[in-house]
Design a protein around this ligand. Structure first.
Ligand code: AMP
Length: 278
């Protein structure tokens, strides 16, 4: 596995590279969710192709007061994880931004609601770093998790609107046995909080059941989700919403392509999840 830690070395690598490259962008603290992305990347790259993983905890996407400083950075464990997973290139840049940077990439429609409303500047940070990674590593394809559904939608839109010649591949959410979506942030949870965290998935499943049974009123469905999440220990709802899975607009009544998305603080830890309803 080749490790690259500077943007100059990334450019040099790409100039010499032959064959198809598939990129998996991450912030590290790698887990089975990331492993699934790497597996799908290999499927698309083929044995002769390159699977590239980037690890960069991107300061631009952390709003003030959030967990940038304490975000886990287990560098040697992540390196071994990538090696064992058959990754060809690990890109872990030490420096991504100029101190006097003045250009950002912003998606202005899909970023407005959901996490974008609670985390001002977050998606501008995501788009800016992902655009830079695309320019630095010039992948033919890139793999993102559906766990961060809004992020996937925003990146698809950025690639479409800015004509990046890159295929975007979405991967279904990998969960623990009790339904909790795997996340690097789960390690912040205390034992009590960890026990409460599956309430997010249980709420979404309950809503899906009711939707399958014919309940069509979004406000009623959201009330049910709130009834499941609220009693969970140390849970505080940031948002629970049902949107159109394409344009992320809130729905009043269920129709095809409905998606429930939620963000819930369990203790100090903000967890997000989503599920297709129809
Ligand atoms: P992160 O390191 O949390 O920024 O995530 C890097 C990539 O892994 C993103 O595309 C995430 O959507 C994806 N990812 C994170 N957790 C999961 C999961 N449980 N299942 C599938 N993909 C995931």
């Amino acid at each position: 596995m080749k490790i690259i830690e500077s943007t100059d070395a990334a450019h040099a690598h790409v100039r010499r590279r032959t064959g198809k490259s598939v990129l998996v962008p991450t912030m590290g603290a790698l887990h089975r969710g990331h492993l699934e992305l790497i597996r799908v990347a290999r499927e698309h790259a083929g044995n002769a192709g390159e699977v590239a993983v980037s690890i960069f905890v991107n300061p631009l996407q952390f709003e003030p007061g959030s967990d940038f400083e304490k975000y886990p950075r287990p560098e040697s464990a992540d390196e071994k994880f990538c090696e064992d997973a058959g990754v060809n290139l690990l890109f872990r840049p030490r420096q991504m931004y100029f101190d006097d940077r003045s250009v950002y990439v912003e998606e202005t429609r899909l970023s407005a609601g959901l996490c974008g409303a609670s985390r001002p500047g977050h998606f501008q940070g995501v788009c800016t770093v992902v655009a830079k990674l695309f320019n630095l590593l010039a992948p033919a394809a890139t793999v993102f998790g559906e766990k961060d559904y809004q992020q996937l939608a925003v990146i698809r839109r950025m690639v479409r609107d800015l004509n990046f010649p890159i295929e975007i591949i979405g991967v279904p959410t990998v969960r623990e046995a009790d339904g909790l979506a795997l996340s690097s942030r789960n390690q912040y949870l205390s034992a009590d909080e960890r026990a409460a965290a599956p309430a997010l998935y249980q709420a979404m499943l309950r809503v899906k059941e009711l939707a399958a049974g014919g309940e069509n009123s979004v406000s009623k469905l959201i009330d049910v989700a709130k009834e499941v999440v609220s009693p969970a220990k140390r849970a505080r709802i940031d948002y629970i919403t049902i949107v159109d899975a394409e344009n992320l607009e809130p729905l009043e009544n269920l129709r095809p392509n409905a998606l429930i998305a939620l963000a819930v603080f369990v203790g100090e830890t903000r967890l997000i999840d989503n599920l297709r309803l129809t």
